[in-house]
Design a protein around this ligand. Structure first.
Ligand SMILES: Cc1cc2nc3c(=O)[nH]c(=O)nc-3n(C[C@H](O)[C@H](O)[C@H](O)COP(=O)(O)OP(=O)(O)OC[C@H]3O[C@@H](n4cnc5c(N)ncnc54)[C@H](O)[C@@H]3O)c2cc1C
Length: 346
């Protein structure tokens, strides 16, 4: 669950560019954009391949901070290698330390512009213009929230509000409790049916009178309704989250009648989509209709631009887990290394 980030990453002061850099930009073998599990795993692998990767670890783009989404969570219980769990910020500090030990250099700035139409590619931040033969994009995605004040407060304090059922649903606090899921698409049904493994009952609050989910997912939902494990609350929006340190319920509003009511619950899970952090790459690289980077070759991290690779949540709207992000970060570094070698750049 989201918690106050205890770890604030070190800022590496690479200095403002001198006149020389303005005239002759630094030229890198590989630049990595993003410092979540995908970007830092790519940095570890590229570092060990002696590519001396330069990582733009971000600053505040997409509402994220260096270290990525896990900086906003408390316990991570499902990252392999930590049998008793690990705090998100501690895990990301380990990633970062390991990347630096492997030779990665980090700039704590957001990339504000890229030019993938020329080679070497150009990557710009507020203070730096850098050329690179290869680029790995790992800028992640952000969960969409309702942006209600109490929702944000309880999400940040681990008070029972989450945007990831797979991450948090198995926590003891949600077991055998009444839970609420907001949304009406495939992920809402996916998350809701996952929660039925632990919950007493899952209420699906949806602002329309029918689901947007695929036929197969709708069938799954109505079977769970028949079994008494889920129940729909149609035409309804959550307008407030109740509770001081832990959620005790939600306030609802029927969008057709305007009637307000309260639904007691011990957990609120948002499943209203994610927004990939690809604004800065618009027009430079092919994305799908939701803005996720397209990977045209299955089983590889190659994008439609030769020499540009993408890893993690920025190209994955299906799994969205730290371990899958790290896995594709590894793939991106290996793909970039092989591509550079084929160009004679080692
Ligand atoms: C609250 C919460 C709890 C979660 N808990 C779990 C869990 O328990 N287990 C699990 O497996 N997964 C969990 N997840 C999901 C997991 O965090 C993500 O799947 C994972 O972090 C994705 O990694 P990533 O590297 O692709 O991107 P992110 O972690 O999203 O990192 C993206 C990085 O890109 C940087 N960035 C963005 N734009 C720019 C730019 N323009 N220039 C430079 N840098 C930029 C950001 O600063 C950030 O460093 C959780 C997610 C959330 C939100």
């Amino acid at each position: 669950m989201r918690g106050d980030a205890a770890y604030h990453p070190l800022r590496i002061d690479v200095g403002a560019p001198g006149a020389e850099e303005q005239e002759h930009p630094m030229r890198e073998k590989v630049i990595i954009i993003g410092s979540g599990p995908a970007g830092l795993t790519a940095a570890i692998y590229a570092g060990r391949a002696a590519l001396r990767p330069l990582v733009f670890e971000g600053f505040s783009a997409g509402g994220l901070i260096p270290g990525g989404q896990l900086m906003f969570t408390t316990d991570v219980e499902n990252y392999p290698g930590f049998p008793t769990g690990v705090l998100g910020p501690d895990l990301m500090k380990n990633f970062r330390d390991q990347a630096e030990r492997c030779g990665a250099r980090l700039i704590t700035q957001d990339v504000s512009e890229v030019d993938f139409r020329r080679r070497p590619f150009v990557v710009r931040s507020d203070d730096h213009t850098v050329e690179a033969h290869a680029v790995i994009i790992a800028t992640g995605a952000r969960a969409n929230w309702l942006n209600l004040p109490n929702e944000q407060r309880l999400a940040k304090s681990g008070g029972g509000v989450s945007a990831c059922a797979v991450c948090d649903g198995a926590l003891p606090t949600f077991r055998q409790q009444e839970l609420v899921v907001v949304g009406g698409g495939d992920s809402a049904i996916e998350e809701g049916s996952y929660l039925t493994k632990f919950a007493k009952k899952v209420h699906l609050v949806h602002r329309r009178d029918r689901l947007r989910a695929s036929k197969a997912m709708q069938e799954r939902f109505f079977k769970l309704v028949e079994a008494g494990k889920m129940s729909p609350v149609w035409d309804t929006q959550v307008i407030d989250v109740l509770g001081d340190s832990m959620i005790t319920g939600v306030r609802l509003k029927n969008v057709k009648t305007g009637a307000e009511s309260e639904l007691p619950c011990k957990g609120l899970f948002l499943a209203i989509g994610h927004t990939p952090n690809t604004e800065v790459f618009r027009g430079q690289i092919e994305c799908d209709e939701k803005g996720y980077i397209r990977l045209p070759r299955p089983g590889s991290t190659c994008t439609n631009v030769e020499g540009v690779f993408a890893a993690g949540d920025v190209a994955d709207h299906v799994y969205r887990q730290a371990v899958t992000a790290a896995g594709t970060g590894c793939m991106a570094a290996l793909d970039a290394e092989r591509w550079l070698a084929a160009q004679g750049i080692e």
